[in-house]
Write a protein that binds this ligand. Structure first.
Ligand code: SF4
Length: 354
């Protein structure tokens, strides 16, 4: 999976996405139908198309953040023909020279990284490379039809770091032959490679993928949304302890997924990341209440205004759950701009959110 990355969490660069759906891929991984994810059909974008797309973004980006990058993703960039790689980079290069864009990034398969392929980038302002790792377990990689080994990721990450690239690693949960323990083990092995950031994607059943056939034959059962949210929360917290930012959790609401028929089954929700953060807040409040002999009723929770929706959870589920678990009749949310965004006051008790 080399998924869309044009979301921009706070502090992240503005990313101008250039889709290269499925290009450079030696075959189709079992879960992938990149054309569904990006809503595009496979075609190498021309220099004109790239320039139009970048200009379109730049026009709307008057309040640009400090860093702007052109991103090639949706396929396996270094799996493309050498000439195609050079011409795509060449089309992006003038924007960097003109200082409208700071650098170029791309996503690629781990087994496309070698001294030779990286030498193709010499002279081009590429700063960030993302690897579709998916799993660090060879059995899971086999079951997903990836066609590479965990060792390829280790070697690729090492080469990229030695050459000074910013390194992003993408992992998936819910792959065939994987489970929660396997996902945690993948996270541990990914963290050992010291990436600059990670992305976590749930496995979805997409139209046109081989997984869709297995799903129809009842040979694949996707993770239920709730348990997937809990697993991704554990992974997020793990990476946090290793000081590795998780810049994305879940695919975003792209046209390709929401269009009728693109998405078949699996733990997809347009607010997936919000659900993960909401569950972390619920855990934090619950353990604060657990430590109280008898939580007061009504219970007051004071929070920075921008955190209200996380405290409430999706459709106020956190509030309902807290009421149910602690036999509370009323919860009063107080918005207070003086409270730091990652802090809460629960019945006067000060808690810091993960
Ligand atoms: S390498 Fe990535 S983009 Fe290519 S088929 Fe596999 S998951 Fe899809």
């Amino acid at each position: 999976m080399h998924a869309r990355d044009d979301a921009r969490p706070v502090g992240q660069p503005l990313i101008i996405p250039i889709f290269i759906p499925h290009l450079g891929c030696p075959h189709q991984c079992i879960f992938c139908n990149q054309r569904t994810i990006t809503g595009k059909t496979a075609q190498t974008p021309s220099a004109d198309q790239i320039q139009q797309e970048v200009n379109r973004f730049l026009k709307y980006g008057k309040d640009r953040p400090s860093t702007t990058q052109i991103s090639f993703f949706g396929g396996s960039f270094l799996g493309l023909e050498k000439e195609t790689i050079r011409s795509l980079l060449g089309a992006a290069m003038p924007f960097v020279r003109a200082k409208d864009v700071d650098s170029i990034r791309f996503s690629t398969r781990p087994d496309t990284i070698s001294q030779e392929s990286l030498s193709l980038l010499d002279g081009f302002p590429v700063s960030t490379v993302e690897l579709g790792v998916q799993s660090m377990n060879d059995r899971v990689l086999d079951a997903a039809g990836r066609g590479h080994r965990a060792l390829d990721t280790v070697v690729a990450a090492d080469l990229l770091k030695k050459r000074g690239y910013e390194l992003g690693l993408q992992m998936m949960v819910g792959l065939p032959a994987d489970d929660d323990d396997g996902a945690m083990e993948t996270a541990r092995r990914i963290a050992a490679l010291q990436p600059d950031f990670v992305r976590i994607y749930p496995t979805l059943v997409l139209k046109g993928s081989r997984l869709a056939r297995r799903f129809r034959d009842s040979r694949y059962h996707p993770l239920p949304l709730e348990s997937c949210v809990t697993l991704v929360k554990r992974l997020y917290l793990f990476f946090k302890t290793r000081h590795i930012p998780v810049v994305r959790m879940g695919l975003q609401a792209s046209d390709g997924l929401t269009r009728a028929g693109g998405f078949i089954a699996g733990p997809y929700h347009p607010a997936f990341g919000h659900m993960v953060h909401g569950e972390m807040v619920l855990d934090a409040i619950s353990s604060a209440l657990d430590r109280m002999e008898k939580p007061p009723d009504p219970l007051t929770i004071s929070v920075h205004p921008c955190m209200v929706s996380r405290v409430q959870g999706l459709r106020k589920q956190n509030i309902y759950r807290l009421k149910r678990s602690f036999a509370l009749k009323k919860i009063i949310l107080i918005q207070d701009t003086h409270i730091a965004k990652d802090h809460l006051l629960v019945a006067g008790a000060h808690i810091i959110l993960p």
